[in-house]
Design a protein around this ligand. Structure first.
Ligand SMILES: [Zn+2]
Length: 301
């Protein structure tokens, strides 16, 4: 029989859930596992045992992974209680109190969320968290007993660096978001104080992701957008999205209809237009202009 003992004094979030999940996993694979809890004074003992003499390596890995997750959660809670505020106030001394609070909340959300949606930033966080859990598993793989308090006392220093690397990236993302929001605020302000120079702008996103921009009469106005933009720019590399945004800001339409948004290869631009022009923006997927943007074979009749 293989036995493992987990000892802890202070209860923490996620411990019981993780044990439950582990029990369910083994049950669904018809692998017997026993979990018994006892308490002496303020100390909890969780005895986990496999009655079968031989457990497969895969099952043992899964078992270690769950224990690794439990220790990871304890580690994050300990880090938050003892180190987080000091770390962010020292490393990011230029942030004000509200910003520091935002960074702490954002960090805890990311560090504690096992189901982050997949995007570029989250892939970084997920990979770093997995590396951290792997390091924890390395520390416990040959042990039959873990005292969580002892583990944290001895391991928090080397593992702290890893957590701080994750938080550095979170702060970077936070600052970019903040800058973007300030930029949007400024553009919104321009739009609010300006008179509209045009009533309606249709933005048609073609199947290949390119744009046509038409006024209410169907005239192509992309060239006018580009002309104004180029007159105001010294830059040699001109990006069509920048032309589009600056044209919209300059003409400040009363209404913007985006056709074929599903063809977009750049959701950021659509979000920016939505965030700046708010309820002046509407979407259309089903008109002549939409169909003109699809190749003939794509049209269903
Ligand atoms: Zn349409």
């Amino acid at each position: 029989m293989q036995c493992f003992k987990l000892i802890y004094e202070k209860d923490f979030d996620g411990l019981i859930e993780e044990l439950e999940e582990m029990r369910e996993y083994f049950k669904s694979r018809h692998i017997e596992i026993g979990i018994a809890e006892s308490m002496e004074d303020k100390t909890h003992f969780i005895n986990i045992y496999f009655p079968d003499k031989k457990i497969e390596e895969k099952a043992l890995n899964i078992f270690h992974h769950h224990i690794g997750n439990i220790l990871y959660k304890a580690l994050i809670e300990e880090f938050d209680e003892k180190c987080m505020i000091d770390f962010i106030t020292e490393a990011y001394f230029f942030l004000n109190e509200d910003e520091l609070r935002d960074v702490r909340i954002k960090s805890l959300n990311i560090l504690n969320n096992d189901k982050l949606p997949i995007n570029d930033n989250n892939i970084f966080y997920i990979n770093r968290k997995n590396e951290l859990i792997d390091k924890i598993i390395e520390c416990i793989a040959d042990k039959n007993e873990i005292n969580i308090k002892g583990f944290l006392t001895f391991r928090i220093k080397p593992l702290r660096d890893e957590i701080e690397k994750i938080i550095d990236k979170i702060v970077e993302e936070y600052l970019i978001e903040k800058e973007y929001n300030e930029f949007i605020k400024l553009l919104k302000y321009f739009v609010e104080i300006q008179d509209s120079r045009i009533e309606l702008v249709n933005i048609i996103i073609k199947e290949d992701g390119n744009y046509s921009v038409l006024d209410g009469e169907g005239n192509n106005i992309m060239d006018e957008f580009a002309k104004d933009f180029i007159n105001n720019q010294m830059a040699s590399a001109i990006n069509v999205e920048d032309i589009l945004i600056s044209g919209l800001i300059a003409y400040c339409p009363e209404k913007i209809v985006i056709h074929g948004s599903k063809n977009s290869r750049n959701n950021e631009i659509i979000n920016t237009i939505k965030n700046v022009f708010l309820n002046r923006v509407s979407f259309c997927e089903n008109c002549k202009m939409c169909f003109a943007s699809i190749s003939k074979r794509g049209v269903k009749r």
